[in-house]
Ligand binder design. Structure first.
Ligand SMILES: CC(C)(COP(=O)(O)OP(=O)(O)OC[C@H]1O[C@@H](n2cnc3c(N)ncnc32)[C@H](O)[C@@H]1OP(=O)(O)O)[C@@H](O)C(=O)NCCC(=O)NCCS
Length: 181
């Protein structure tokens, strides 16, 4: 597992020991068949149904909420037993532009956030966790109550759809976000 992801998983495990997760630079979007490899890992580790390998839609299972994310040099998945739901996002921090952040967040959100680029990761993770309750646009989601828990590791609250909570880890070159609803 990549160092940042490993740290993220061990920090989130303190709050949610039931979470399962795998990630590696070998599943980055630059690698051949990276999406297939991620799905194969989900199927094997969670002993999940055949259809989690269906690339035409996000992985779904009758027992786990599962979320996948990939950046050019990293890919991974996280899962928790249903009925709780989870969302995961990984981004290369430098690829998150000021313009995009302005478009998907409010001034109040940016003011409250330790680093505006964290909003992207947090919102994408929340959006994914909402699954069937997803709004039309990510702008309809609100991220607030940021708290520094450890160096480069922050918690946040998510609303107004199903209430959520999550974390962002800033580990160069990646930003990781996980959200639970
Ligand atoms: C669909 C979306 C969540 C994907 O995120 P991304 O950052 O482009 O890509 P990621 O690598 O992080 O995630 C891709 C994975 O998300 C999963 N995914 C796709 N659509 C999803 C959805 N609606 N819900 C949950 N997970 C989804 C898939 O598993 C996919 O990987 P896979 O197909 O290889 O298994 C994102 O593009 C999106 O639509 N965001 C919100 C919509 C929005 O308002 N965007 C405008 C922002 S200004």
């Amino acid at each position: 597992m990549a160092g940042g992801f490993q740290r993220l998983v061990s920090l989130v495990h303190k709050h949610h020991p039931e979470m399962r997760a795998q990630g590696t630079s070998l599943w980055g979007a630059r690698e051949e068949n990276y999406r297939e490899h991620i799905r194969a890992s989900i199927k094997e580790v969670l002993q999940a149904e055949e259809h989690v390998a269906d690339l035409a839609r996000p992985p779904r299972s009758n027992t786990f909420s599962i979320s996948v994310s990939h950046a050019p040099n990293f890919g991974g998945w996280v899962a928790i037993p249903l009925p709780a739901r989870i969302g995961f996002d990984v981004e290369e921090g430098r690829r998150i532009s000021e313009k995009v952040i302005q478009r998907m967040s409010t001034e109040a959100e940016r003011k409250d956030c330790p680093n505006p680029s964290f909003l992207w990761c947090a919102k994408e993770a929340y959006f994914k966790a909402l699954a069937q309750d997803q709004p039309q646009a990510i702008t309809q989601l609100n991220i607030s109550d940021w708290e520094l828990l450890e160096p480069d590791f922050y918690s946040f609250r998510a609303s107004p759809h199903k209430a959520g909570h999550g974390w962002v880890l800033n580990h160069e070159p990646f930003l990781y976000g996980i959200c639970f609803v």
